[in-house]
Design a binder for this molecule. Structure first.
Ligand SMILES: Cc1ncc(COP(=O)(O)O)c(C=O)c1O
Length: 417
């Protein structure tokens, strides 16, 4: 097992910066927004809470997470909720609890496949529907599961991400419903990773798999993305109200007790506050959504202008351009044949750090890149806060300069000799 592609890229970029190189860091999935002072206060106030606490999480934090989901249309009892130090270990424990092989979309966030590998299983990859992201195509899912079962494999769980990392797309209701029907037909558990749920740019109904497959869907969330608190490490899982849900929750609780014991108590108090959706924090989420959406669209426009094929981002803070239309020029000028070659040229020749699509499970020859836009928000908390409260972040001088620099680097990258 090697270090996760996103964490490794961020460490490489940090080392280059420390060596005095200028790098436009667009590789790491960090939301890039300073902590809200009220959340900081809650955390500090709970600093004396030094005991381990209950394995599943304290009642007030589970109650708040249950309220968070209930207000979003998924009625939840706090006994169905389990907290963990980030949603990543919870996801791993859920995949462990389901047993069997894991189906993941192609492309998908780096860690699902890595976690399946850690559990001793080869992930089964199923492409997403054309133009979408985050859910496997339902027909492809059925075909892949039947083929795997015919080979003697034992697929038991399918993972989806709404909205998606890396594509920045939100799966359509039709695709989610079809996935739910297929999963029921095939008797698969659905893991719905909704960590970016509050960062969908346009208002509208949210297609939660738990709405259509309540008996078999485990949903996860965290404070890492919407409140930009990845380093605080707290997440939550919502288990189905069914025998299956009860079994999974108990197995995950057992894993938790042997691996992380409990979730840090001060974090739980801060999360109990955040997950109660207090009005004084609502503005923060609204502003974050506006910032991510505006900059993601700005970056997508720059990439489209450079000749990439790029779908409009719909949520989170990623853009997923395809450099395939530029393949000829890239191969001739830079000998680029793979996505990894392209990412390397961008870093070595232009000081732009991004991740190749292959880190997310696409073919080596695929020329998609994942561009994480928060790297443009500023180099200090005061710049990032100014960007956050701005009604037109693209006009902030440092963001405008960074976009102009990206535009000229892409023009130089794609120019033929
Ligand atoms: C899709 C997705 N799920 C889960 C995580 C992990 O988040 P956490 O900080 O809750 O462990 C990330 C973080 O990059 C992510 O992008």
């Amino acid at each position: 097992m090697t270090v996760s592609a996103t964490l490794a890229a961020s460490e490489t970029i940090a080392a280059r910066r420390a060596a005095g190189e200028e790098v436009l860091a667009l590789a790491f999935g960090e939301a890039g927004i300073p902590v809200h002072p009220l959340l900081g206060q809650r955390l500090a106030r709970a600093a004396a809470e030094t005991s381990y606490g209950p394995v599943a999480g304290i009642g007030s934090a589970r109650e708040a997470a249950a309220g968070y989901w209930t207000r979003r249309g998924l009625t939840t009892d706090r006994d169905r909720v389990l907290l963990g130090p980030g949603s990543k270990p919870l996801l791993f424990a859920v995949l462990h609890a389901t047993g069997g092989d894991v189906v993941v979309p192609r492309p998908a966030w780096v860690s699902y496949a890595a976690q399946a590998t850690l559990l001793g299983r080869d992930p089964i990859r199923v492409p997403v529907p054309e133009g979408e992201g985050g859910v496997p195509d339902a027909d492809g899912l059925e075909a892949a599961v039947h083929a795997a079962r015919d080979e003697g494999r034992d697929p038991r769980v399918v993972v989806c991400t709404l909205p998606d990392n890396p594509t920045g797309r939100l799966a359509s209701e039709g695709s989610v419903k079809a996935l739910c029907e297929a999963a029921r037909e095939l008797d698969l558990v659905i893991v719905a990773d909704e960590i970016y749920r509050d960062l969908v740019f346009e208002d509208g109904p949210f297609p939660s798999p738990a709405a259509w497959a309540p008996e078999r869907t485990v949903t996860t969330t965290a404070l890492s993305k919407n409140y930009a608190l990845g380093g605080w490490r707290i997440g939550a899982a919502r288990f189905p109200d069914s025998d299956l849900g009860e079994r999974l929750r108990e197995t995950v609780r057992g894993t938790a007790s042997e691996v992380w014991s409990s979730t840090p108590m001060p974090m739980q108090h801060a999360a109990a506050y955040a997950w109660s959706d207090p009005p004084e924090l609502a503005d923060r989420i609204t502003a974050a959504r506006r910032l991510h959406g505006t900059v993601a669209h700005g970056v997508a426009a720059v990439l489209a202008e450079a000749g990439c094929a790029v779908e409009a981002p719909q949520g989170g803070f990623y853009v997923w351009p395809d450099f395939a239309p530029l393949r000829g020029a890239l191969e001739e000028r830079w000998s680029v044949r793979t996505g990894a070659d392209l990412a390397r040229v961008l870093l070595d020749e232009f000081g732009v750090g991004v991740l190749p699509g292959s880190a997310f499970g696409t073919d080596q020859a695929d020329l998609h890149l994942r561009v994480a836009v928060p790297g443009l928000y500023g180099s200090s908390d005061s710049e990032r806060l100014a960007a956050l409260v701005s009604t037109d972040p693209l006009q902030m001088p440092w963001i405008a300069d960074a976009l102009a620099s990206l535009r000229s680097k892409l023009a130089a990258l794609t120019a033929t000799r």
